[in-house]
Design a protein around this ligand. Structure first.
Ligand code: NAD
Length: 484
């Protein structure tokens, strides 16, 4: 008796329905034994006034089936529409974005024929937490949130992924030379976890030089693990250098639910013409089959697909005069893949997805002992636009404050020290960070903080935000100002 597994499917917008029909026809012909529960997402739903682009019952379908194969959607122009991908990632805790980037040279044009790397991007934190504030006339802020468990989870996932798929090296990319605390946490966590995987090489690269290397020598990378924003950018760089933006698939994986898709958009310019390349979604579906525990079916489809590329059966986007033998439409391409099921590519390396398939990767977080947290001061941020923005005048006002146990240490503007002894050349906005520290170096309490804020209020100053200066087991939990 064959076992049918139900998944949720969305046909999406633009070329979505065509590439989904083509993809599902290949999955069925390869014997994937899947049942499809179809949900509506995208433009039509947005235009009904549902800002998430997905009806409430669609969430129930994902919750029940746990696996979602999604075509691209068109996000309507104008404000008020939330990104469906971000909503799905956040609602279902899809913490890992996995994007394999591979060259299929000479069948797909690229300058880097040996590229075969996988980017594993943290999906829930960082600047994508969506915590933004306008604080003054001139200054806006977006909060970068990095957590220890969030970092540990994605880094462990990257090492487990490398182990499961026989990858040799994991490269971590951060900007911890600048963001010593937030990116530093990610790097430090990476170094700790790497020790548990002595058979996998590990290295760290600063994101700027790392990105340049992806653009120049992508073949030196195997698995890359990084924070959300950097991952977003380098995923596109890597896809571009392999020449396969139109061919790439990606997975968004959580502990329960996973979503699979093409990396390209809904291509409204070619919708309904049967000319779109279904390969991106098909490669997303191949990742899904591996996740579902069907690595053999995934290999069968991937090999037939590569054989189709080798035979020169190409859709218009990758058609090359002299190399391609036949220009085909979406459904003809799918038919060509189906007729090659069971065949292997002869020049490209045949697919190998291991034998364990969808066996869940063990992501267990280490329990961390709690550190001793002490409050040693407070940064009070002010909106101040008076007295020619002279930091010495603001400093003199704040020095009058008589809160017991607390005194003004310095003032910075955009992170640069402007009081005491600032440089007159420093450009100042209307946004001031005023650092008050414990006078005896010992801990202070919240009553002193409240008293300080009351005195600042009495001076008629507009405080817009505070940040506490903590130590954890004596280690500073805050950065020093430039010039401090
Ligand atoms: P796009 O990826 O849809 O198209 C860029 C170019 O690539 C177009 O010329 C298009 O014809 C071509 N192209 C894309 N996929 C192709 C395929 N499979 N076969 C052949 N050619 C292909 O990007 P865009 O034009 O910037 O965006 C169009 C819409 O897609 C927008 O509404 C955007 O918001 C949306 N989008 C959705 C997703 C998603 O749902 N995951 C991702 C990106 C963009």
């Amino acid at each position: 008796m064959s076992y049918h597994r139900k998944i949720t499917v969305a046909y999406g917008d633009g070329i979505g329905p065509e590439i989904m029909t083509a993809t599902l026809s290949i999955l069925d012909a390869a014997g994937a034994n899947l049942d499809y529960e179809v949900i509506e997402i995208g433009e039509k739903i947005y235009l009904k006034g549902i800002s998430s682009g997905m009806e409430p019952h669609a969430f129930d379908s994902l919750r029940a089936n746990k696996v979602f194969l999604k075509s691209p959607i068109t996000t309507p122009q104008g404000g008020g529409f939330k990104s469906l991908n971000v909503t799905t990632r956040k609602s279902f805790g899809l913490f890992a974005n996995v994007r394999p980037c591979k060259s299929y040279s000479p069948f797909v044009k690229t300058h880097f024929p040996k590229t075969d790397l996988v980017i594993i991007r943290e999906n829930e934190e960082d600047l994508y937490a969506g915590i933004e504030h306008r604080q003054t006339q001139e200054v806006y802020q977006c909060l970068k949130v990095i957590s220890q468990p969030g970092s540990e989870k994605i880094i462990r996932y990257a090492f487990e992924y490398a182990k499961k798929y026989g990858k040799k090296k994991v490269t971590c990319m951060t900007k911890d030379n600048i963001m010593k605390l937030a990116d530093g946490l990610f790097h430090k966590t990476f170094d700790e976890i790497a020790k548990e995987y002595p058979n996998i090489q590990s290295e760290h690269k600063i994101i700027d030089i790392g990105t340049a290397l992806i653009a120049e020598r992508p073949e030196v990378f195997d698995v890359i693990v990084t924070l959300n924003l950097y991952g977003d950018i380098i995923s596109d760089v890597a896809a571009q250098v392999t020449g396969s933006v139109g061919l790439g698939g990606s997975a968004n994986v959580g502990e329960e639910v996973a979503m699979f898709e093409a990396i390209h958009g809904s291509a409204p310019d070619i919708a309904g013409k049967n000319i779109a390349n279904p390969s991106g979604l098909l490669n997303g579906a191949i990742l899904m089959l591996v996740h579902l525990g069907m690595p053999e079916v995934a290999e069968k489809i991937s090999n037939a697909w590569m054989k189709t590329l080798e035979d020169g059966i190409h859709t218009a986007d990758i058609y090359q005069e002299g190399l391609s033998s036949k220009k085909v439409g979406t459904m003809e391409f799918a038919q060509a893949v189906i007729s090659r099921l069971g065949q292997q590519p002869s020049r490209l390396i045949p697919a190998s997805f291991g034998k364990e398939g969808g066996k869940p990767m063990a992501i267990r977080l280490n329990a961390k002992p709690k550190s001793k947290k002490e409050l040693l001061g407070i940064d009070v941020f002010l909106d101040w636009d008076q007295e020619d923005r002279d930091p010495n005048k603001l400093g003199a006002m704040l020095q009058q404050i008589q809160t017991p146990g607390l005194s003004l240490q310095l003032i910075t503007n955009r992170g640069v020290k402007v009081f005491p002894e600032g440089l007159k050349e420093t450009f100042c906005t209307d946004h001031w960070r005023c650092r008050f520290k414990s006078t005896n170096g010992g801990p202070i309490d919240h009553r002193q903080v409240i008293a300080l804020l009351q005195e600042i209020n009495h001076l008629g100053l507009d405080f817009i935000k505070t940040e506490h200066l903590y130590t954890f087991d004596g280690v500073k939990g805050y950065s020093l100002a430039q010039g401090e």
